[in-house]
Design a protein around this ligand. Structure first.
Ligand code: 2P0
Length: 329
């Protein structure tokens, strides 16, 4: 169908995201058990190039290292290639500007960038229509449910995924200028994969409580973001995080994503409650995200200087909300 001698390729980059109300656990249809809401991390991105492979199987390179194509990725590629009536195999070359598989949602940015790059390959999209975005979200969902929240336009900072639909959440100015500092304390590939976590979650009493909590509170979170109720947003986000991590401990015999380092950072941070406005959360990993308005910069500076004597970390910072892009620069 495609002439291998021609230099066709598709390219896209996509942001990661951090969930403020988390998706954890799938229902019988393989869809999220609860609505989720995230902030777009425009500076933490995957950059993906797609071309036709000379081989009989797909090829995947992440940060210049070849990876085996797992069943999930293979199924994802089959569905999207069937849609475009393409029988060829793909060569996928992806680069991340942050560590993968450590709980900074690399599957969110990875699957979002891959889906968009494949669309770019077949359609050579320059200007995105709402219809393109919707179709990309449908396909990205086969790869990673959290990636659906990363297929967003530039203006979409806070994104809700509920009943199979993505919507933008309007927020008060104290949140629209939010920074995310990720204290990356563990760069080892995590021992409990998100996929295992999601499939075990239905057996957890803590997750049952969390799902009810998320269903009851998603609207309250949206309203609190809109009216600028920092304390309410903080308690909703942090309690959801604690319930998710309790569910993981219950499911995996007490094993946790959180490490001693995560716990030290969190406990030192909450000593400053009432004086400084900083929200903490963790994804499916040990790394701690600090969310705050720039008026807290001085405090964050001194907090990081203090904490580094106790916990070693690499810092990844995010200010931008940039959505997907087909621009190679
Ligand atoms: C989220 N996470 O809402 C939650 C919170 C991590 C912690 O969804 O099975 O790779 O591929 O749809 O998106 C990470 O899991 O899971 C995740 P699949 P995914 O961001």
């Amino acid at each position: 169908m495609y002439n291998k001698n021609m230099n066709y390729f598709g390219f896209a980059s996509a942001p990661s995201n951090i969930a403020l109300m988390k998706y954890w656990g799938k229902n019988h249809y393989g869809m999220p058990m609860n609505p989720s809401l995230s902030m777009t991390l425009g500076d933490l991105r995957s950059f993906t190039k797609v071309s036709i492979s000379d081989r009989k199987t797909h090829e995947l390179y992440i940060n210049n290292t070849e990876f085996k194509i797992d069943q999930k990725l293979d199924n994802f590629l089959s569905k999207i290639l069937n849609y475009f009536k393409c029988n060829n195999k793909l060569k996928i070359e992806s680069v991340n500007n942050f560590p993968i598989s450590v709980g900074i949602a690399s599957s969110a940015s990875g699957y979002a960038a891959l889906t968009a790059a494949i669309f770019n390959f077949f359609a050579k999209i320059c200007t995105l229509t709402e219809e393109n975005l919707k179709m990309m979200q449908v396909f990205a969902c086969n790869g990673s449910k959290s990636s659906v929240r990363s297929i967003v336009n530039d203006s979409q900072k806070f994104v809700k995924f509920e009943n199979n639909k993505i919507t933008t959440v309007p927020v008060h100015e104290i949140f629209s200028g939010f920074w995310d500092f990720v204290l990356c304390i563990d760069k080892k590939v995590k021992e409990i994969s998100s996929s295992d976590g999601h499939s075990m979650a239905c057996k957890s009493i803590f997750n049952a409580i969390r799902v009810e909590y998320a269903n009851n509170n998603i609207q309250l979170l949206c309203e609190s973001l809109k009216c600028g109720d920092f304390e309410k947003v903080q308690s909703l986000v942090e309690n959801d995080t604690l319930l998710m991590h309790a569910a993981v401990a219950e499911n995996f015999g007490g094993a946790m994503y959180l490490t001693q380092g995560s716990k030290v950072i969190i406990s030192e941070l909450i000593k400053n409650r009432g004086k400084h406005r900083v929200i903490w959360t963790c994804d499916a990993g040990a790394n701690v995200h600090l969310l705050f308005h720039e008026e807290e910069f001085n405090f964050i500076d001194s907090f990081l200087a203090y904490i580094k004597d106790f916990v070693a970390f690499d810092l990844f910072t995010n200010k931008s909300f940039k959505g997907i892009s087909f621009d190679r620069t």
